[in-house]
Design a protein around this ligand. Structure first.
Ligand code: FES
Length: 215
């Protein structure tokens, strides 16, 4: 069952205006896209027509158009236009599943839970370092972070956020055996500090995947 917490799925800088990307949380495929007004959207990554991934589509103003047959969906997920039937008033039943979305601390967050929505995470302004994708379960990475990893001392983990020093890290379980860390740095780090932290993040990935392979 999906927990009733906000879950991170990307760095805000990774979803530029007018673009879309695909990701997943515990196997649920999610399209993340940003309209031309700058608003971000998190939808089921599946066109209601024939199932094409909407993350492959094209952002047009506040609509996204499916790559396959060009059906267009508005910001609420409602299909508004079918190119093969341009005069058709599209039935309201043709719509995409959407989830609440928020941006905080330099990350995009989605709410997949069935419970009452709570405010988005209260995080400091931060600089995006990078998203790190790992071939190991999130539990493995969290155990490493809490025990003291190449990123520094023992991390404090609260829900889907880990903190270690100036690092604030969004924890994403992508699928069984696959995870992602969305790493940000609070304050105003120098370029040299960011480079050092990037190398440490790479080291964390190597250690986590080595431990996983040996398990
Ligand atoms: S599969 Fe999306 S428009 Fe046909």
């Amino acid at each position: 069952m999906t927990p009733d917490i906000w879950l991170p799925l990307a760095l805000t800088t990774a979803i530029e205006t007018g673009t879309s990307a695909g990701t997943a949380i515990d196997g649920t495929e999610i399209a993340v896209w940003r309209d031309v007004a700058g608003r971000v959207h998190t939808w089921e990554d599946r066109c209601p027509h024939r199932g094409m991934k909407l993350s492959f589509g094209f952002v047009r103003g506040d609509h996204i158009a499916c790559l396959y047959h060009g059906w267009q969906y508005d910001a609420a997920g409602q299909c508004r236009y079918i190119p093969a039937h341009p005069d058709l008033e599209v039935p309201k039943s043709i719509c995409v599943k959407t989830w609440p979305v928020a941006e905080a601390g330099g990350m995009v967050w989605v709410w997949l839970g069935a419970g009452a929505l709570v405010p988005a995470p209260d995080l400091p302004q931060a600089v995006a370092l990078r998203s790190l994708y790992l071939d190991c379960p999130l539990s493995r990475v969290v155990a490493l972070l809490e025990g003291g990893s190449p990123l520094g001392g023992a991390a404090q983990v609260d829900g889907a956020v880990a903190r270690v020093g100036a690092l604030v890290i969004g924890l994403q379980s992508v699928a069984p055996g696959r995870s992602a860390l969305h790493i940000t740095v609070a304050g105003a780090p120098t370029e040299a500090e960011l480079t050092t932290l990037t190398h440490k993040a790479e080291a964390l990935r190597r250690v986590a995947e080595r431990v996983e392979a040996a398990a």
